[in-house]
Design a protein around this ligand. Structure first.
Ligand code: FDA
Length: 424
């Protein structure tokens, strides 16, 4: 049976990066992936340009049962470290808003860089290759893993699971890592799609369908429970100031993708459509001696760039709930309490999604192998010697903006540094 110092299952961002580093440290490394093409998620990421990291990364940009878990790995391998690697490979990049770093040319540059690093490390790749079973055996040399594959069996004292999350099954996502964790007695926290568009009941969404395609800056919030597992949890709001996009089935855009990671079924979203303006006050200020119709004053109170279509639909819906609010009413004759109602309806729009667009449209999976089961220094299991989990399969979920790739690099590096030479 072939033997390696380490077998890595999953040739995505975390698996390939870990393999290259471990190989260059002198370890014999085998990477196995069931997909025919490597790192397809990198290829489709960032609209084909891969938002490979963010200038400003801290554990606060991640969701996890233990919000401190990611700290050590993130400190041990920083965005600057990854930028140095990107620079050594001559990859041109640029910064977009909020510190997001993208390839100038194509996400393929990052894939080729990872493969080149694997090449330098003498990494063996089996692909496509199905893993049929994994067993742990105990020999004189200590515990070891036997891995049955459709290219034959292979053995190793160290097994790294880098099979990612459940998003986009058609390009290779599977629950292999979660199942393997369970097989070895490790807890997996509840899984759900994150960084995903939100949907609404067809009935309640009806009035807004005509707004599909409209995008605008909003502040969106949802209640969350925070706190470390085992400690008292506190309720507070997560919120993001970003762009929102109306779709035919609901809401999307960066603001919604970000908040979706925190959203729990049944909870409302509170959306401020004019985050820098007190709309009620604006209308009341405009009222004195005005000859305007409410519809004109309303359009002028809303932020620049908000299309007429939205302003008009909003007034129509407001009228259905408060008949005294009429688009053709004279602003001067409007009661302050109606202007207060109208203003706050858009400054704090309460709306409850009925679900998400699911794993087919999500960018990441929230939840995964419990951080309680892993060392934050090495990503190794606390109970199964030689078993490691890295990347998205772990219960560490980043915000939109390059944070998930930075977690893939950082967790892979923490693991690669901890792996040892086991074969002669
Ligand atoms: P990843 O999913 O990359 O790799 C897992 C590998 O394991 C795959 O190659 C898969 O084939 C393999 N595998 C799965 N099951 C297996 C099995 N049973 N046997 C063998 N192999 C198996 N993040 C970010 O920071 N910036 C961005 O721009 C984007 N953009 C983006 C766009 C889209 C459309 C998506 C879906 C996701 C993103 N992301 C992102 C998220 C990012 O792609 C993701 O977090 C990382 O790829 C996770 O890296 P991993 O290596 O953990 O998993």
């Amino acid at each position: 049976m072939q033997q390696f110092d380490v077998v890595i299952i999953g040739a995505g961002a975390a698996g390939l990066f870990c393999a290259g580093v471990a190989g260059q440290r002198g370890l014999s490394v085998l990477v196995i992936d069931h997909a025919a093409k490597v790192a397809e998620k990198i290829r489709i990421s960032g609209g084909g340009r891969c938002n490979f990291t963010n200038r400003d990364v801290s554990a606060a940009n991640y969701l996890s049962e233990n919000t401190h878990f990611a700290r050590s790995a993130l400190a041990g391998y920083t965005p600057q470290d990854f930028l140095e690697l990107v620079g050594r490979h001559g990859i041109a990049w640029h910064e977009k808003h909020r510190g997001q770093l993208f390839c100038d040319r194509s996400a393929d540059d990052i894939i080729q860089m990872l493969l080149a690093e694997c090449g330098v490390g003498g990494v063996t790749r089996w692909q496509p290759c199905q893993v049929k079973a994994v067993r742990q055996t105990h020999t004189d040399g200590g515990p070891s893993f036997e891995i049955d594959t459709d290219r034959g069996p292979v053995t190793s004292h160290q097994l790294v699971v880098a099979t990612g999350g459940l998003c986009i099954p058609k390009i290779g996502a599977s629950d292999f890592g979660h199942r393997l964790a369970a097989q070895f007695g490790l807890t997996v926290t509840p899984l759900k799609p994150a960084l995903v568009p939100l949907t609404f009941d067809a009935g309640s969404w009806g009035p807004w369908v005509g707004l599909a395609g409209i995008s605008m800056e909003v502040d969106v919030a949802t209640p969350v429970e925070q706190g470390k597992t085992g400690k008292r949890r506190q309720a507070s709001d997560a919120h993001f100031l970003e762009d929102l996009l109306f779709t035919h089935r609901g809401l999307s855009g960066p603001a919604i993708l970000q908040i979706s990671s925190y959203w729990e079924p049944g909870q409302p979203l509170t959306i401020n459509l004019a985050p820098h303006t007190d709309l009620a006050q604006q209308l009341k200020d405009a009222k004195q001696g005005s000859r305007k119709q409410l519809s004109t004053a309303w359009s002028q109170a809303l932020p620049d760039g908000v299309p007429q279509r939205l302003a008009q639909t909003w007034l129509e819906q407001a009228h259905l709930q408060q008949p005294s609010i009429r688009a053709d009413a004279s602003l001067a004759e409007m009661k302050d309490r109606d202007l207060d109602w109208l203003g706050s309806s858009a400054n704090s729009w309460q709306i409850t999604p009925n679900g998400t667009e699911g794993y087919a449209k999500a960018e990441v999976t929230r939840g995964g192998v419990s951080t309680q089961a892993l060392s934050s220094q090495t990503m190794g299991s606390k109970t199964v010697q030689g078993l490691y989990f890295i990347g998205e399969v772990v219960d560490v979920t980043g915000w939109l903006g390059g944070y998930n790739f930075q977690w893939a690099w950082a967790s892979a590096m923490a693991c690669a540094r901890a792996l040892g030479k086991m074969t002669p």
